[in-house]
Design a protein. Sequence first.
Length: 271
Amino acid sequence: MLSPIRSSIFLAGCSLLLAGLAVQAQVVGSQHDLTTGGTGQGGTALTDQVCVFCHTPHGSDTTAPVPLWNKLLGDPGAYQRYSTLATPSFDSTEAPVGSVSLACLSCHDGTQAMDVVINGPGSGNYNPLGAQIDPGAIGVMLGAPVPVLGTDLTNDHPISMQYGGGGLTVADGPGQAPAGALGDPDFNLPFMALINGQPIWWVDSAAGNPGVRERSDMLLYTRNDLGQQEPFVECGSCHDPHNSSTQVVGQVAFLRVSNAASAVCTACHIK
């Protein structure tokens, strides 16, 4: 019979295991699961590897802006950007479509099959030009049940843009809301920290702890396309591709927080 101390350790270990399984279940069985166990368009019985459609432990694209990326990226110049509308209230500068947004668009622009990967499941399936895992079951995104954005992004929230009209740099200092002023005062100031000496920014959401970077915050992505390192808004700012748990009736899956009462919008926008 286990002692009380060992019993506590055993129960704690079980709790951690169950917590890990709960996190895993946010992808497994979701619309980003392209096996037959998922709820997305199509699905293949040729592999049960859920992660392989986006990531690979070996032979990944080292030029991609996301870790161990296993898909072909599109041409940044192939997308029509929001700034081409010349909207007067749009006061940020757009960089070429890139960063994590380019990875999201490798499926969501509908220009290639969703199961095109560089390193297919199993051994000996590496192809730097990309190849489909199951051409008979999975094709390009059709728009149902998941949205296809196409290459015209003018009717979508701007991406690859300076946060809040720009104005923030690494000189504003890590660990707290930066001292610098945003170009547009109608945005909440983000927080900044350093990881491995590199700056990261985020905007607190109401769901997390103030001043602590968490998955439920609106993440900003560091880019230096405009001459200095500064925070940019990307697809991953509002969406967490690994978390489908925020999906409720009438709302969008994979949001970082529920958008009830426009909570996603008002995390960044002062309205």
